[in-house]
Design a binder for this molecule. Structure first.
Ligand code: CS2
Length: 505
């Protein structure tokens, strides 16, 4: 028998344990346009927004999703009228996997920008739209993560300057949408970044204003004066959905869901309460509104994402496929604990009420969640866009205060080690990074730069050449303390492997 597709008309058939939208979906109107409607958005903002709709019954905050590249999410969700399932997974006290299913109803439609950029622009410039939110990942900002400047030479940015009516980049799309709003005399909106960038709102604002200024200075002035860009810290682990997840969720629903998303139970969102045209009651879904999100962002990016990146490069090379397998290695777990306590925590701003020891322990417990199967390869992607905010900020602060960077340097050396694209068992893997070609060139030049036959000196020469060849390190490339610390670990990782390097700490 063919399993029927998840659909609003079939919601009453769902097993009673599945949470579902009980409000009048037909009355829900779109108030939010979200660029980058991927798994993270659907398991984070989508869930929080659902709670707000349920709690207040305010029907003006439905969501329109926009995919900036592919049609796959739209193709999967359109036959389901936008419904999708969030499977929250962990293990009980006995280690048995458990799962809570919720069907989310506030996503009304998904637009595919390359198919019809005009439809996206019209949606951005609609009177109903009051918030434009984004999860386009680090590389989606077309900026240099080290300097935060827009990369004017990025092909999508040059395209969007030349073809303003068919924008491809998030920044080009936003500016054109705002230009239409401005020309039509419509109200300003809130532009809300939910990406893992420091000062994500300020960063987005800087990029939008830079582009808008090129288009029309008066537009840039209007945006700067009337639109708002709250900073926010987002946290929820959302692994990529596999075919097995699809099959399992569909079986439990008794209806086929072509694209469920999975998540851990933990969810955090700390947002600055600066909204130009109102907002949903997101506190109903666990959002915390604050005046300044920056300290929370630093805490999260350095502790969570910093250790995540460290464990992913070591894990990929050692052959630990998932995060739970990696943190089950006593040497790696010990390393992460020391990395946090000795070198990351001393760099964090004071946060009243934060119990940092509890935060650290809870993080390791989140990583140990056996039900997520979060791939170390997935986290290892796009390192060139991630490392500055995840690790290099801590490094700079430690160097400035004269603290040791030995443990941080190992995380960076692990990234270098993994760039060779072959793990310790000889398995090849692809380096997925927008700068992959430039990184491969820098690596080849680094190896060619070695003139010394003495191993320690050779490692230092190689590391210095690499760091000089890759803009993301900035002035750190000229710091002998930094270069030599990374060089020592890189040499050891290459000669003895991950286990021996961790053991020697
Ligand atoms: C991860 C993040 O893939 C990655 O780079 O570090 O997506 C991480 O899972 C989330 O930021 C957790 O909030």
């Amino acid at each position: 028998m063919v399993t029927p597709r998840l659909h609003p008309s079939l919601l009453p058939q769902l097993p009673s344990a599945v949470i579902r939208p009980l409000y009048d979906r037909a009355a829900l109107r779109p108030g939010i346009v979200h660029l980058g409607v991927g798994a993270f958005q659907r398991a984070h903002l989508g869930v929080i927004n659902e709670a707000a709709v349920v709690d207040t019954n305010d029907m003006s905050w439905g969501m329109v999703g926009v995919s900036l590249r592919r049609a796959d999410t739209r193709d999967a969700l359109q036959p389901q009228a936008g419904l999708y399932t969030v499977a929250v997974r962990d293990a009980d006290e006995k280690g048995q996997p458990r799962e809570l299913l919720q069907v989310i109803g506030n996503l009304l439609e998904v637009l595919v920008a390359p198919e019809n950029p005009g439809a996206v622009l019209e949606r951005l410039a609609s009177v109903d739209t009051r918030i434009i939110s984004l999860t386009v990942t680090e590389k989606g900002y077309c900026h240099d993560p080290a300097t935060l400047a827009l990369r004017w030479q990025d092909p999508d940015i040059t395209h969007d300057l030349a073809h303003p009516l068919q924008p491809r980049s998030a920044i080009g799309m936003l500016v054109r949408g705002l230009a239409l709003r401005h020309a039509r005399g419509l109200a300003p909106v809130t532009l809300l970044s939910l990406d893992n960038l420091p000062a994500n709102g300020c960063t987005l604002r800087g990029l939008v204003l830079a582009f808008a200024h090129r288009v029309a200075p008066a537009l840039a002035e209007w945006i700067a004066r009337d639109c708002t860009f709250p900073n926010s810290m987002v946290d929820r682990i959302v692994p990529r959905t596999t075919d097995e997840d699809r099959a399992r969720t569909s079986e439990r629903l008794g209806l086929e869901d072509a694209w469920p998303v999975l998540a851990e139970p933990f969810l955090e969102w700390v947002v600055e309460d600066r909204f130009a045209a109102g907002r949903p009651a997101w506190q109903a879904g666990g959002a915390r509104f604050v005046e300044r999100a920056e300290p929370y962002e630093l805490l999260k990016l350095r502790m969570v994402n910093g250790t995540h990146s460290a464990l992913s490069y070591l894990g990929v090379m050692a052959g630990w496929p998932t995060v739970d397998v990696a943190v089950a290695q006593p040497a790696l777990r010990g390393y992460l604990l020391r990395l946090m306590t000795e070198e990351i925590e001393p760099t964090l701003p004071a946060l009243p009420g934060l119990d940092v020891a509890a935060y650290r322990e809870r993080l390791l417990a989140r990583y140990a969640n056996p039900a997520l199967q979060h791939q170390t390869r997935q986290i290892a992607m796009d390192g060139s866009q991630k490392l500055p905010q995840r690790l290099l900020g801590s490094v700079r602060q430690r160097l400035a205060s004269g603290g040791s960077i030995r443990l941080l340097a190992l995380a960076l050396a692990a990234w270098l080690h993994h760039l060779q694209g072959v793990d310790e068992a000889g398995r090849k893997f692809e380096i997925q990074d927008p700068q992959a070609a430039a990184l491969a060139d820098a690596l080849a030049l680094a190896h060619a730069a070695v003139t010394s036959a003495e191993p320690t000196l050779a490692a230092q020469q190689r590391t210095a050449a690499f760091c000089h060849g890759v803009p993301l390190f900035g002035e750190l490339a000229a710091s002998p303390v930094f270069v030599n610390a990374v060089a020592r670990h890189w040499q050891r990782l290459s000669e003895d492997g991950v286990a021996a390097t961790l053991g020697a700490l």
